[in-house]
Design a protein around this ligand. Structure first.
Ligand SMILES: Cc1cc2nc3c(=O)[nH]c(=O)nc-3n(C[C@H](O)[C@H](O)[C@H](O)COP(=O)(O)O)c2cc1C
Length: 204
C-alpha cells in the first residue's frame, strides 16, 4: 500500500485539507494516509468550521465526520501528534510517496524554506525534500509579502509544487462544496490520483 503524508496547518481553508483526506479515503483503497495537524490548524478548524477537536481525541470520526462510516479504513489512517518528532514519518527510512500540506500557513512555509524542523510537520517536509519525494504545498494568504513570495520561489526551485488555494470559477461553482472540490481535484492531479470531482475545462 502506498502512503502519503497529509498535513493541515493553521492557514484559512482547513476544509480543503479535510475534504482531501475524505476523498482519498473514500476513493483510493490502495492509499494509506499519515495525517498531522498543527495546534493552529485545530484552532482554525474550530473557528471556521465549528468542529471542536481536542488534541486527545485524534480519531478519524472527529476529523472527518462527513466520512461514510461503512468504509473500513482504520489501517489506512494514522493521525500523528505534531509534537511527536519521533513518529515513523520523521525518518527518511520510512517510505512514503510524498507529502501534501493543505492549507499551508506562511509560518510553516517559511520554516520549511529555511530547513527548520521544529515540529513533525516541518520535519516530515524536510525529510520529503532531502529524499527527493513529492512535496505539494497549498499556501493561503493575501496579499503576499516579498518574504512569502521569496519563500515560495525557494521551495519551487527545490522541486516543491506550489498549488495555492486560489479557486477558479470557470466550472461555475454553485456551492462552496463545488468550489472546494475544484481545488481538491487540482491537488489530487498533482498526486497522480485521477478523479472527476469537478468538471474540467471544455471550450464552449
Ligand atoms: C482563523 C485564523 C485564520 C488564519 N488564516 C491564516 C492564513 O490564511 N494564512 C496564514 O499564513 N496564517 C493564518 N493564520 C495564522 C496562523 O494560524 C499562525 O501563523 C500560526 O502560527 C500558524 O501555525 P502553524 O504553521 O504551526 O500551523 C490564521 C489564524 C487564525 C486563527
Amino acid at each position: 500500500m502506498k502512503r502519503w503524508i497529509v498535513a493541515i496547518t493553521g492557514a484559512s481553508g482547513s476544509s480543503y485539507g479535510r475534504r482531501l483526506i475524505q476523498v482519498i479515503l473514500e476513493n483510493f483503497n490502495d492509499i494509506g494516509l499519515d495525517i498531522i495537524t498543527s495546534d493552529a490548524a485545530l484552532r482554525v478548524i474550530r473557528e471556521e468550521e465549528g468542529l471542536k477537536i481536542s488534541s486527545g481525541s485524534r480519531t478519524l470520526a472527529a476529523l472527518i465526520p462527513e466520512l461514510q462510516t461503512t468504509i473500513t479504513i482504520d489501517s489506512r489512517f494514522t493521525w500523528h501528534s505534531c509534537e511527536d518528532i519521533g513518529a515513523t514519518i520523521a525518518s527518511g527510512s520510512v517510505q512514503v510517496e510524498g507529502m501534501v500540506i493543505c492549507p499551508c500557513s506562511m509560518n510553516t512555509l517559511a520554516a520549511i524554506a529555511h530547513g527548520i524542523s521544529a515540529n513533525l510537520i516541518q520535519r516530515a517536509a524536510d525529510v520529503t525534500i532531502k529524499e527527493g519525494r513529492h512535496l505539494i504545498l497549498v499556501p493561503r494568504e493575501t496579499p503576499l509579502s516579498p518574504i512569502h513570495l521569496e519563500n515560495m520561489l525557494r521551495l519551487a526551485r527545490l522541486g516543491a509544487v506550489i498549488a495555492p488555494a486560489m479557486p477558479g470559477f470557470y466550472h461555475r461553482p454553485g456551492s462552496l462544496a463545488e468550489l472546494i472540490d475544484m481545488q481538491v481535484m487540482k491537488i489530487l492531479d498533482q498526486m497522480g490520483l485521477q478523479t472527476n470531482l469537478a468538471s474540467r475545462w471544455k471550450q464552449q
